[in-house]
Design a protein around this ligand. Sequence first.
Ligand SMILES: Cc1ncc(COP(=O)(O)O)c(C=O)c1O
Length: 375
Amino acid sequence: MKKPIYLDYNATTPHDPEVIYAMIPYLETHFGNPSSSHHYGLVTKEAIENARIQVASLLNCLPEEIIFTSGGTESNNHAIKGITYSNLSKGNHIITSQIEHPSVLEVCKYLENNGFEVTYIPVDESGLVNPYHIERAITDKTILISIMHANNEVGTIEPIEEIAEIAIRYGIFLHTDAAQSVGKIPVDVKTLKVDLLTVAGHKLYAPKGVGALYAKKGIELTKFIHGAGQERGLRAGTENVIEIVGLGKACEIAKRDLEKNYLHMLNTRELLYNGIKERIKGVRLNGHLEKRLPNTLSLSFKGISAHAFISKIKDYLAVSVGSACHSDHERVSPVLQAMGVPFEWAKGTIRFSTGKMTTEEEIKYAIEKISEVLG
Ligand SMILES: Cc1ncc(COP(=O)(O)O)c(C=O)c1O
């Protein structure tokens, strides 16, 4: 049987062949512990430091500002807990948004249960955070603002630069979860003017289970994993050399091919959108029309159940739903809820996300199958 067409690149991406090729020597040959001072250790140590340069080069920062992590979730955890715990004397208030990934929201909830106060900023109907609302929420206890760069469900790109102006004016740390934007649009920490930024390897064709946290030079973070002195003593444990090498290579490729990949994702996404719009009545686009990731297409089909749609199309297409099914009722995603998408639309929401491997033939096939199921 032909495998379903993959249109779920926001969930994860396949490995780039160049990434695989870069990792092979570290699977087959270079096994040394990077902390060992002999030949074997020096080879893997050098590989890690090279990867750090590759990640830093993509983000336009210094290599020593990069901490390797196990992925986006850990980077978000480390950024938020690391800043808040090391700044307890300054305050206990965090500002975030209602549409963050659970790896931000759950950390905030945990901190709320441990003496912190959190303000969850609402978004407008396109998923945009209004910087004015952030400024209004600031108190003399605010120590951190954490707002995602781009939303994973609808792709809306948040006004991080404007939020940074506010954070700088009030002397508050700013973290952004860039798990979905790195590799899809330019992500430059100097342009964004953020203090901390999250990268997730598996969203940019590197393996799952590796990521990075940018932490601006001079920023103090509490230790995340206690043990030996790896990653500047902040994250102990022998490094995941193979995947760090993969992440480094993926970042090098992302920088090299950014424009090409951007245009390709945009072209395939628009082809899909136009094809669906032409054939199916009653389609609603979620997310901002322009300030949106080039690959993300969140569509609501009125009156249908996304879960019923998925079960009919699963042999042909791999896509995501925008609602969670709980045995007898459907629960709309908090992101769509925060955007005020009416229930009868929200429950029929599908997220399509294209990638650099998506072909026009795949899109044509997807349009055929979608119109067969919904027509
Ligand atoms: C916006 C966002 N942040 C964080 C994460 C978590 O990253 P990871 O899967 O690497 O832990 C994801 C993954 O879906 C994401 O989309």
